[in-house]
Each structure stands twice: as C-alpha cells, then as structure tokens.
Design a protein around this ligand. Structure first.
Ligand code: PMP
Ligand code: GLN
Length: 383
C-alpha cells in the first residue's frame, strides 16, 4: 500500500534512541532528560486522594478550573502578570502536545516558522506536519547568542511564527531582557506570532532571572507560552503542561486541542492544583539543580571534557575534542555508552546544518549516587 509520508525524513527521536541504547548496555542514562529520584510524596498522596475521591471522569476540555486558577495565581505571584484563567490558560497533555497544538492552530500549508538551532527536536516535525516550512537560524557554541539581525533576515512574506526556547534545551543559554526587546521589535515589524517554550523557566543559575514573554507587554499580546509540570514537579511521566495565550489565540488553540486530546488526566489535574497552591513547590528549584550541576562538573572535567557554561535547564554541554577528536558526536555518544557506560545526547541532531563542533549533552537531574557513579566511570577516560 503506498504511503505518502508527511514526515519522510524524520526518524525515531534521539531521546528514545539513546535511552534504549543505555538500557540495552547497562549504561548510566544521562541522555534523555528526566529525574531518577522520586517526586514529592505529597504530590503522590494528592493523586491517590483525587482518584479515591472519585475524580475519575473527563475533566473540562480546557482544564480543571481549580488547576487553571492555581496557575493564574502562580503567574501573578511569580511575574505580577494577570492572566485570565478561563480564557487564557489551557491545560495540555505535556508541553509537547501544547507546542504541537499551538503550531497546528496558526500555521497553514506553505507558511514559514523560524527556529533557532539548536532547536528542541519536536519543533520542526510539528511544523512540517502542517505542510509548513521550518526556517532555521543557527546559534553557535559556546554562548549561543542570538544575532537578531540574522533572525530578521530570515523573515519572508510567508513567515507567521517565531519559536523560542528560553532557557534553551540543548544550548542551556538564557535570554536577556534585551533579547526579548529585539524579538518583540521583529515580531511587531512583521506582524508575527511567537511560540515561547518556557518549560525550564525555574531552572536558571548564577543569579540570572528568567525573562518570560508573559512579562513583556508587546510579546504577551502575540505569544503562546508553554510550560510543563513534568519539569517543575520532577514528574515527566505525568505528561501534563499548559499553554498561556491571549483569548483569541487560546480560542484557536482549543479548536485543535479539543480534537487532539479533548481533556487531560483528571485526578492528576486535581493533584497538581493542590500542589501548585504552595509556592514552595516551585520556588528553590534553581538552588536544588545548581547543586546537581556542581556534582557532575568535576567528573566531566577530570575525564577531559571541556565544559560549556550551563546557564539554565538541567543539562550540561561538554566538548569532547580532547578525548576522541576523531569521532562525530553521534558516534561519540554511542562509543561513550558502549565502552564507558555513560549515555549522553549528541548536540548535532538539534541542527538542520550541524556546525563543526564536538559537543554532547549530559542530564544532571539525577541522584547524587547516580552522578557519582557516572563520574567514576568517566574518570577511567582520563587515565
Ligand atoms: N520543550 C523542551 C525544551 C523540552 O526539553 C521538553 C521535554 N523535556 C519538552 C518541551 C516537552 O515537555 P513534556 O514532557 O511536558 O511534553
Ligand atoms: N525533553 C527531554 C530531553 O530533552 C526529553 C523528552 C522526550 O524524550 N520526549 O531530554
């Protein structure tokens, strides 16, 4: 039977590839980003309580009112930004679904969307699935600074959307207030929408602050902002996130959302609403992860890696030129998994045109003993 693939050039996501390889070879999995420590028992108790209380039928399509109210209260406390829980917040089955839905709701076949590479791996396929065209602008190591003039050069009459990821996975870079101003100027000049993936909003280090599109009036008016409870509450398997957008954009978002998932897991939404009500549940994450980052860094350095600055996310980029300059990063990540028992993610897969760089990504959202065991295995590289 002939199949006209919508995504002929797309293979299996690198996260599945590397996690499978790690499992097959008994490697310590610092590739796919997920914690290996438990989430807060209070969150688990709230989930069980919600299920036992009988909250097991469909939730309202846009999300449980109590959860949307808790999200609005959080955003007010966090940013001083007023968001209308009814018309501007939609609960989604993880950030991945929210991103896809936002893209599907505004891109027509033939439209263009600008991506800043390295870009998270779901963006380009989500654009291509609409018959639209991803236009890639490359950011370069070590600081991955955006040249906004270059971004503006990529705008054409078909451009509808610019995607940003702040903090950036896998670059680990964060935007300054000036970056947001430059983005807003371009979006306004060319009447573009913005899709801001802010799933790592709380994971920012060394005194930097998160510059959210929700705090920038010009961007707030033309942006979808996407978040994930998987990141914030150490529960990636729950697959619940949300999208904040002005009423007209949220209305288009919901037209797609209602037929993609209709509604999201009800007892989990109850549990999240209860948990989110306590600001302590999301404050203090930077300090927690900065400690994890510091536990992994010495092991990588003594193995011969050159570390790039990790300004945000729970990832550390490392240049392996001094270890195996002969290998491309996909081959290096495979070699490190098979020969040294530590799995990482090659960064080239996040580029349309990979630059000549030798960088892999390690996840430090792990227990101390996992990070120590990885460091011990890597230490053998340096001998
Ligand atoms: N965006 C980025 C940048 C991510 O790193 C991830 C996953 N870790 C997602 C979106 C997807 O989040 P979720 O698991 O909530 O779908
Ligand atoms: N976002 C996670 C990462 O960057 C992976 C999520 C997934 O596997 N889809 O590692």
């Amino acid at each position: 039977m002939p199949i006209h693939s919508k995504l002929p050039a797309i293979g299996t996501t690198i996260f599945s590839v590397m996690s499978t390889l790690a499992a097959e070879h008994g490697a310590i999995n610092l590739s796919q980003g997920f914690p290996d420590y438990p989430c807060d028992p209070a969150l688990l108790d709230a989930l069980a309580a919600a299920a036992h209380a009988g909250h097991n039928q469909y939730a309202p399509m846009a999300g449980l009112p109590a959860l949307r109210a808790a999200i609005a209260a959080k955003l007010l406390l966090q940013h001083g930004t007023a968001v209308d829980a009814d018309s501007e917040i939609t609960v989604a089955a993880g950030a991945t679904q929210a991103l896809f839905t936002a893209i599907a709701s505004v891109l027509q076949a033939g439209d263009e969307a600008i991506l800043l590479d390295p870009s998270y791996d779901s963006y380009a396929p989500s654009i291509l699935a609409q018959g639209a065209k991803p236009v890639h602008v490359a950011l370069m190591a070590p600081d991955f600074k955006v040249d906004w003039e270059q971004v503006e050069h990529a705008v054409t009459p078909r451009t509808r959307l610019i995607l940003i990821n702040n903090p950036n996975n896998p670059a680990t870079s964060v935007f300054s207030a000036a970056d947001l101003d430059a983005l807003a100027a371009i979006a306004e000049r060319h009447d573009l929408l913005v899709l801001a993936d802010e799933v790592y909003e709380h994971l920012i280090y060394d005194g930097a602050t998160h510059q959210s599109v929700l705090t920038h009036p010009a961007l707030r008016a033309r942006s979808f902002a996407v978040y994930s409870f998987g990141k914030t509450f150490h529960a990636t398997g729950w697959k619940i996130g949300y999208c904040v957008a002005p009423p007209a954009l949220s209305a288009e978002f919901r037209k797609i959302h209602q037929f993609l998932v209709f509604a999201v897991n009800t007892p989990a939404q109850h549990a999240l609403a209860a948990h989110l009500a306590d600001p302590a549940s999301w404050q203090g994450l930077s300090a927690f992860f900065a400690e994890r980052r510091a536990l992994l860094a010495p092991g990588l350095e003594s193995a011969g890696f050159k570390l790039l600055p990790s300004q945000g996310t729970y990832f550390q980029l490392a240049d392996y030129s001094a270890i195996r300059p002969d290998l491309e990063d996909v081959a290096f990540a495979r070699w490190l998994t098979l020969e040294h028992g530590v799995a990482s993610i090659p960064v080239s897969v996040f580029y349309q045109q990979p630059p000549a760089q030798k960088i892999v990504r390690f996840c430090f959202a792990k227990q101390t003993q996992t990070l120590q065991a990885a460091s011990e295995r890597l230490a053998r590289l340096g001998t």
